[in-house]
Design a protein around this ligand. Structure first.
Ligand SMILES: CC(C)(COP(=O)(O)OP(=O)(O)OC[C@H]1O[C@@H](n2cnc3c(N)ncnc32)[C@H](O)[C@@H]1OP(=O)(O)O)[C@@H](O)C(=O)NCCC(=O)NCCS
Length: 201
């Protein structure tokens, strides 16, 4: 689908412009964090490796038995695609990435959206609020760049992530497998091991 004017504009925006819209630090108790915005082509090799390592530790076990399977080559292509944008969270003063979100500005079904392809917090930093904060940054970017909705895909087996998304207003999108239209029949519904969730802005 061709990109709208708003999506083209957002895709051209520099990382500095995006950074001006979001928080640059988080004051978590005992964990001061710094947030950096990056375009995929601005990532250093070491950052790509760190992102991949967090992704693999978090997802390999979940992906392997799923309908997506474990396919590092295609996942790397998706992660580091030329339109991918990243928010990277560091412990302030430290060079290790604690968390990241990868998203793109896209036109989908005639709507201008942010698609959140990946959100990951390294195991030691999970449960401290970083995931919720990063999703909050996507909401700010949606507002600033006039995107209508945030989309993401979640495996049903990933109950913790799904619970978080639903607690902050994501609901089953009409394009998702498993979506039943009002008055529709369950018999026509495709049953898959993942759901597409969305949140209007
Ligand atoms: C899912 C994920 C991104 C959430 O980020 P997080 O920083 O750990 O989550 P937060 O600390 O922001 O917590 C948000 C909510 O998640 C839930 N949660 C957090 N830690 C939890 C834990 N240890 N057990 C169960 N639920 C937990 C809580 O409901 C919390 O809500 P609250 O603030 O009202 O208590 C993160 O846990 C993660 O990276 N998981 C592995 C990778 C993954 O599944 N990514 C998503 C792919 S779709």
């Amino acid at each position: 689908m061709p990109s709208s004017k708003a999506v083209k504009f957002a895709n051209k925006a520099s990382s500095t412009r995006l950074a001006n819209v979001i928080s640059s630090t988080y004051d978590l108790p005992a964990l001061p964090c710094t947030v950096v915005v990056c375009h995929s082509n601005e990532l250093k090799k070491s950052e790509c490796s760190a992102i991949w390592d967090i992704f693999e530790v978090n997802m390999r076990e979940l992906y392997t038995p799923s309908s997506f399977g474990w396919n590092p080559e295609s996942k790397r292509k998706e992660l580091f695609h030329s339109l991918s944008r990243f928010l990277l969270v560091y412990k302030t003063g430290d060079s290790n990435i604690l968390a990241f979100v990868m998203f793109r500005f896209e036109t989908d079904y005639d709507e201008d959206i942010i698609y959140c392809y990946d959100i990951h917090v390294s195991s030691a930093a999970q449960g401290l609020g970083l995931g919720k904060k990063l999703l909050g940054e996507l909401v700010k970017l949606c507002g600033e760049y006039q995107m209508e909705r945030i989309f993401l895909t979640v495996l049903k087996a990933n109950q913790r992530a799904a619970k978080l998304y639903k607690s902050i207003g994501f609901t089953l999108d009409p394009t998702s497998p498993g979506y039943v239209e009002e008055g529709g029949s369950m018999e026509d519904v495709e049953d898959m091991d993942y759901e597409i969730l969305s949140k209007p802005i």
